[in-house]
Write a protein that binds this ligand. Sequence first.
Ligand code: XMP
Length: 519
Amino acid sequence: MKNKDSIENNWVAILDFGSQYTHLIARRVRELKVYSEIVPFNIKAKDLAKRKPKAIVLSGGPASVTAKKSPRCDKGIFELGVPVLGICYGAQLMTKVFTGKVIGAKKREYGKASFKPSSSKDLFKGINKSQIVWMSHGDRIKKLPRGFKVIGTTSNSPVAAMSCESNKLYGLQFHPEVVHTPNGKIIIKNFIKGIAKCKATWSMSSFAKETIKKIKEDVGNDKVLCGMSGGVDSSVLALLLHKAIGKNLISIFIDHGLGRKDEAKQVEKRFKKHYKLNLKVVNAQDDFLGALKGVTDPEKKRKIIGKTFIKVFERETGKLGKIKYLAQGTLYPDVIESVSPTGGPSATIKSHHNVGGLPKRLKFKLVEPLRDLFKDEVRLVGKELKLADEIINRQPFPGPGLAVRIVGAVTKERCDILREADWILIDEIKRANFYNKLWQSFCVYLPVKSVGVMGDERTYEDAIAIRAVVSEDAMTANWAHLPYSLLEKISNRIINEVKGINRVVYDISSKPPSTIEWE
Ligand code: XMP
């Protein structure tokens, strides 16, 4: 795209100093239909200049600018003639660069604060006098940098906001990108649209058109292999590729027997019959259930499923002849983790198995058309491609499927029981209009025998736990306060309709300290 209003002429660079909120800045900018990209904090000014960002944001970060080894950016960044907004650490760094003074505050300021902007102009256009803002900092700006003035205060931070209007440099001690700063979106909009004059060019229809064109150019007449799981990412991935290269896309769905009720049948019906994809469905239930036989340890289950997946994938794709490319549903959050100065998530709590975990020795070239997108943007692309709402709005489902929802050993019989119970739960949750309000809702199989009575007979059977949570991103989650009447209906139906279950319990634990899945 060469015209002056194109996406690439209207983008915002976000320098990442390791804040847990950096991705939120990127999202807030994109919500304004302006493309944003997170780049490493130490990017060279001349490299950034080549890509001509229209605005630059310096993120927050865990370090202190008073420490010798704290991350610094190239000073040339401030000489590009592009508006710069520093947030928290970013504002303190700006202070340091322009010879102001930052000191460790006696009292760490964390949480809500009342902020008073000194005017309702520029950055604070449309904002009332006193504002709730979210603070999370130990250091504070003690002496303003040269050429700057104070444009807002809180009781703890005499310099809560500052600017050097002639050079279009702005600094905020608080975080406008988090929801706890209710008017943060307005402040970001004022900076991006008002001060930096970015235009709204980032839309999912333009993304889809551009991407389809690019895949055609990159792949040419070669073949691409796409592993499908039936979830939203791999469905959008396959549809984009299908639009670009038609029959040269070979999709493969490996039915591991650990999916939801009728999952394989539905994938086949939808993608082979309806969308006319060149799709191969492989029934590998025996491979997976055989390998899982007698295994009870959750991490062992994941490892076995991962390994079996690779084995079956190699076996089946070996039958397809030479294929040059492999499509992968890498999303932007995965990419961000790899550029972050802190090197991504601090601890792996559960090893996740995804199609992306294929070994390098398979020697495919990768096609990753979703790598610039957040999950909600993938959903919007799905809408553009007329993907069924049922898939677009599907709750997340773990790669290892029911294996991590059956406590203890996995057997075909247990999978079938769990599938039936889960189907009832989802049916009732949908009828009661709760499905889209919940992050996830599912059943867990508990091999815990208890006594019951059914008619005149005594039963001694296993239990089902219902898990329903609300969450923004699965990092934290609260158990959902579902109405008793709904829980009662679900429980009655499961006990009456699913053979082998005589007790249903409701999981009322939140994350942390519990996790969403039981295993
Ligand atoms: P936890 O249980 O760790 O789950 O709170 C957080 C989110 O991750 C999903 N999950 C997985 N997804 N492979 C996946 O692809 C896995 O092994 C796995 N384990 C958990 C879980 O469903 C929730 O959305």
